[in-house]
Design a protein around this ligand. Sequence first.
Ligand code: NZQ
Ligand code: ZN
Length: 395
Amino acid sequence: MYDFEYYAPTKVAFGKDSLSKLAGLLSEQGARRVLLHYGGGSAERSGLLAIVRSALREAGCTVFELGGVKPNPRLSLVYEGIELCKRENIGFILAVGGGSVIDSAKAIGYGVANDGDVWDFYAGTRKPSACLPVGVVLTIAAAGSEMSNSSVITNENGWLKRSCNSNYARPRFAVMNPVLTYTLPAYQTACGCTDILMHTMERYFCSGGNMDLTDALAEGLMRTVIANARILKTKPDDYDARAEVMWASSLSHNGLTGCGNSGGDWAVHGIEHELGGLYDVAHGAGLAAVWTAWAEYVYADCLSRFYKFAVNVMGVRPDGTRETVALEGIEAFKSFLKDIGMPVNLKELGVSPTDGQFALMAEQCAATGGGKKGSAKILYAADIEKILRNAEKTV
Ligand code: NZQ
Ligand code: ZN
């Protein structure tokens, strides 16, 4: 077990009545001149934005609006937001939406609070030293950005999808009403459940420093999300299932399921970020499409963890050898992904890279880790390219 720091400062208002607390949360933060940031229309259509605007008025805020955040949020809109915030002397950002809106809000916050080009923080050439305070009204259970230290932005110049992690950007508060997620298309619900699972799995399939308590939390979270993702397939308005998944989204990525380990693997996320940058796929679907190929490539180097996952999470009977049990666990998880309508290969994801694109994605992915990625097994560019190519063939 490794030493660790756990920092989860976000105040959470959870449940059916949580939106009524928004005005109070804004006042508590001293929010005066506020940027209301949102996505492509779902929050307007559902009537959520009208409720949020009314809460902002109640809190006495002067409001400036910037909508239009796309999934895989773009740097150009971030620049627009930074300019608006500077011009209008805005001191607080309220993100209404999912990971894309929240990440865009965090990026704007970095750009306002630090000099120079905000992309430097995502390119990894500089580190931020501050961020404007960000509050969240969450509309999709998925990325976990509502409590995470992370922000992921796509630079249209080169279509690079990169992340910046720092505690400055952890949201001050998150309003989480599971009812708001009833309107999600089934595909987005499934993408979200996949991403939630992957945030815990990236930490779980890790060599070094594993801790029983962390494993128990992680396994419970994974079992819960798998069970409730299945329920949501046929009952999208099941409140309890929505609530379980929404809280799992936050706990999966606020650091809790990584306490004591060596930091997690993150290769699947790294590979997805290349696919997302190049092909603009939904993040959860991109993860699903490469996971099996990744797992089959690395499991032998991390056998005890894959065995444990198979037995404790996927319910595989521990009858065979450790290897056959581990492989059954991988197969069972792939079946689950299929059951909830996720792609399990690149073709189902709708992408068919050229030889050059395979090589480029592999090199770029490895470069973000200084030439290598992973922890379950250390992967170099050649390994990543093999995994991507295998992900074409998964059935
Ligand atoms: O734009 P609108 O119209 O709101 O539609 C969105 C969008 O099309 C829709 N949606 C959201 N809430 C809805 C809804 N539709 C109907 N009803 C609702 N209640 O769902 C679509 C996806 O939204 P998005 O915000 O993109 O989803 P998600 O939360 O999955 O975020 C994905 C982004 O987060 C990044 C991903 O890479 C991707 O860019 N990630 C961020 C992380 C972080 N900051 O910690 C960690 C993750 O690993 C991830 O990389
Ligand atoms: Zn993710």
